[in-house]
Design a protein. Structure first.
Length: 105
């Protein structure tokens, strides 16, 4: 499995599927599975049993994991979905770079 360029907290845009065009922040990155969980995207209903804290039970809506190939990172400076490149900054650290405008993430 190749390394993922998307991390927790990144703003991403969905490229395909029923939520195409939706934007949201990454809640969880699952690099072993090649998937990410994005807030407000791929909502599914889950049956919740009654517990001490939730006496009522019922159905709960939550986000499902989607494939990382179906999302693209949104550049904060040019505000467009872009591919990610890598470069070395002044301090010798490897950083992610926008392929469209060249700015660092």
């Amino acid at each position: 499995m190749p390394k993922m360029n998307i991390k927790k907290g990144d703003l991403v845009e969905v490229l395909s599927g029923k939520d195409k065009g939706a934007r949201g922040h990454v809640l969880r990155a699952l690099p072993a599975d090649g998937k990410v969980v994005v807030e407000g995207v791929a909502l599914v209903k889950k049956a919740q049993r009654p517990t001490q804290t939730n006496q009522q039970g019922g159905f709960v809506s939550q986000e499902a994991a989607i494939d990382v190939s179906n999302v693209a990172l949104v550049c904060p400076s040019c505000d467009k979905a872009t591919r990610v490149g890598h470069a070395v900054n002044d301090e010798g650290k490897k950083v992610r770079v926008c392929k469209k405008c060249g700015n660092q993430f």
